[in-house]
Design a protein around this ligand. Structure first.
Ligand SMILES: *[C@@H]1O[C@H](CO)[C@@H](O)[C@H](O)[C@H]1NC(C)=O
Ligand SMILES: *[C@@H]1O[C@H](CO)[C@@H](O)[C@H](O)[C@H]1NC(C)=O
Ligand SMILES: *[C@@H]1O[C@H](CO)[C@@H](O)[C@H](O)[C@H]1NC(C)=O
Ligand SMILES: *[C@@H]1O[C@H](CO)[C@@H](O)[C@H](O)[C@H]1NC(C)=O
Length: 589
């Protein structure tokens, strides 16, 4: 039994709070029903997570030890893979449970460490072990590379895995197993931190694998990992080169996602969206530090910014889903990824709805610990939905406002769980989504992340917190944002190509440096004097290190007519060393 007596008591206290808040019989019944649902659904969720972990999980037979399968669904959609992100977020929850006493999980966590060490060593389409390969988003469940086309790289995986493993390493140190932390866990963490310091300032795909830009979720996960990674390094007598130097730069960059009252989840990309995306709410719960103040700079759950954002994001789903019809402001709604979503017609997700609850449970914890609530112009609209006549100001824990605000926020957060409850089948299985109109489960069945999100939300609800990641010492924003030092490779493109009078040769490809395939902006090659092996055309292009790209040569005549090389696309890859010279020797085809 994991929860034990203490949290059981907390849960009862929480229940009494609720009943006291609203003495009507109707509400009392609703709240008892919710308590019963949570108790049952927690067990289903823990079993659901463990069933999806190899090699013994009931629904993960055939997966390697420690591998988290995203979902047992093998078609429509095929999620029979292991994603670095989903696995890390799942193991973060399992490590927290280990820390709170469930020792039975330790062998699975050790399997996870070994499996991740193996994945870090694979060469895959994002690169090699030492040349960007850690940014590969997903792998086959037998720990081999997935080589099909995909939105890659995704740069959040290493940071999230570092966070899960840093929690574990600290627990090992606290429990007399320092050698294991040093010998087995730190080497994996060190590679992830190294990746994060080198790549945080590059674009990549977001957590929904659709947008190639700068994702708030990736940046905030990176910041947390760098801060706690630097501290763990000290504890273990190791160094994380550049962790401490990079963290404030990342924090500085994170500020530019805050745009007029909410977080724009994807920037450095022209995606035609508002940017209101549950990405930002999930970020806030992932970087929640139970010892932090309501800091705006790190978007803590109780910060004015994160609360304003909570309202902006959840409101964006109020009118677009049939299931939210008629639900008044101040009552919880079903939450999806972002309003423009069209995947499976764009539905609410269980993990998104749970995240909306979890942010508020975390905020409640912070207010109670701090002993006051400050309402500013930025957060006022969030609070007014719950208490229409509330005003800006600082409310001490003994004030009647503090009591009414915390009560209202508690009811509001429970209300998000109640929305999930309404659309959860009787046996408790959690798919990825539920239909925007009928509420019926949709897309992948038994999504591991859906279960993990339920567990973490309900643990925050009863006051089970993760340890501090050191937010207090890492929330000062530098006055000038510095980029990461650039690291480019000089790539010389050589191609032997015969041309007719007036024709010249260009190179184009799938990265900015190669004009993103635009023939009009192709990089011109110059005819070389050395024609002994046929006419040779040359161009030198600076390309970021550790970058995989596709390209082709084209010919243009005086009229601007373009002749493309025949398929397939060519592929190139730069190495790790900054300012190195590399050459591609090709022949026109
Ligand atoms: C691993 O899984 C992939 C995808 O299912 C399969 O193609 C491959 O043959 C497997 N490799 C091994 C070594 O089992
Ligand atoms: C890199 O960092 C600078 C400074 O914060 C920022 O202006 C820029 O948008 C960032 N670019 C990417 C791709 O992260
Ligand atoms: C993503 O966008 C960046 C900047 O626009 C570009 O350099 C990079 O090549 C793109 N990546 C892919 C895989 O298209
Ligand atoms: C080459 O890349 C372009 C741009 O990504 C793509 O549209 C095209 O299908 C690719 N060609 C082949 C043969 O894969």
């Amino acid at each position: 039994m994991f929860k034990g007596l203490v949290s059981g008591l907390v849960a009862v206290a929480a229940l009494q709070d609720l009943v006291a808040a609203s003495p009507s019989l109707h509400r009392r019944n609703r709240c008892t029903e919710l308590e019963e649902f949570i108790k049952k659904q927690n067990k289903v969720s823990i079993d659901g997570v463990l069933a999806n972990i190899g090699p013994d999980g009931a629904k993960a037979k055939g997966a390697s030890p420690g591998v988290v399968v995203a979902s047992p669904s093998r078609s429509d959609p095929d999620y029979w893979y292991t994603w670095s992100r989903d696995a890390a977020l799942t193991y973060k929850v399992l490590v927290e449970r280990l820390i709170h006493g469930d020792k039975s999980l330790q062998s699975r966590i050790d399997d996870y460490v070994s499996a991740q060490a193996e994945l870090q060593g694979l060469t895959n389409p994002s690169g090699g072990p030492d040349s960007g390969g850690l940014g590969e988003p997903k792998f086959n469940v037998n720990l081999t590379a997935f080589t099909g086309s995909w939105g890659r790289p995704q740069r959040d995986g290493p940071a999230l895995r570092a966070t899960a493993l840093i929690l574990y390493a600290n627990w090992l140190v606290d429990n007399g197993a320092r050698d294991q932390a040093v010998d087995k866990v730190w080497p994996v963490i060190a590679k992830d931190l190294d990746y994060t310091t080198r790549f945080w300032n590059r674009t990549g795909y977001d957590l929904w694998e659709e947008i190639n830009g700068s994702s708030f979720f990736t940046l905030s996960a990176s910041h947390r990992a760098l801060v706690e990674g630097a501290a763990l390094g000290k504890t273990l007598g190791k160094t994380c080169t550049d962790c401490a130097a990079s963290a404030p730069k990342v924090l500085c960059f994170m500020q530019s996602f805050w745009v007029g009252g909410y977080i724009d989840s994807n920037i450095n990309v022209n995606d035609g969206r508002t940017g209101k995306d549950v990405n930002s709410i999930i970020s806030s719960i992932h970087t929640f530090d139970p010892e932090a103040d309501c800091t705006d700079a790190t978007f803590q759950p109780c910060s004015a910014r994160a609360l304003a954002n909570h309202k902006a994001v959840t409101d964006s789903f109020r009118t677009i889903y049939g299931v939210n019809k008629g639900i008044p402001q101040g009552r919880a709604v079903a939450v999806g990824r972002y309003a423009e979503d069209v995947y499976y017609n764009g539905n609410p997700w269980y993990l998104a709805t749970n995240a909306a609850a979890e942010q508020l449970y975390a905020a409640l914890y912070q207010w109670k610990r701090i002993g006051s609530i400050s309402i500013t112009d930025v957060s006022l609209p969030f609070f007014k939905d719950l208490i229409p006549d509330i005003k800006t100001g600082k409310y001490d824990k003994n004030s009647k406002e503090f009591k009414s605000i915390t009560k209202a926020v508690k009811l509001y957060s429970d209300d998000f769980l109640a929305v999930g409850k309404k659309y959860t089948p009787a046996e408790g299985s959690l798919s990825e989504q539920f239909d925007r109109n009928s509420g019926a489960p949709e897309s992948a069945v038994d999504l591991t992340w859906s279960y993990a999100s339920f567990i973490s939300a309900t643990e925050r609800r009863v006051g089970i917190m993760s340890r501090s990641w050191g937010e207090r010492g890492a929330n000062t924003v530098p006055s000038v944002c510095e980029p990461a030092p650039s690291c480019d490779v000089d790539v010389t493109f050589n191609v032997r190509a015969t041309t007719v009078a007036g024709e010249t040769v260009f190179v184009v490809g799938g990265i900015t440096e190669l004009s993103n395939w635009s023939p009009a902006n192709g990089i011109p090659l110059a005819a070389s004097k050395d024609t002994s092996g046929g006419p040779l055309w040359k161009a030198k292009v600076k390309i970021p290190s550790e970058t995989s790209f596709e390209y082709k040569y084209i010919k243009k005549n005086g009229n601007g007519d373009v002749t493309w090389e025949s398929d397939p696309n060519r592929s190139g890859k730069t190495g790790k060393e900054c300012n190195a010279a590399e050459t591609l020797d090709d022949e026109w085809r």
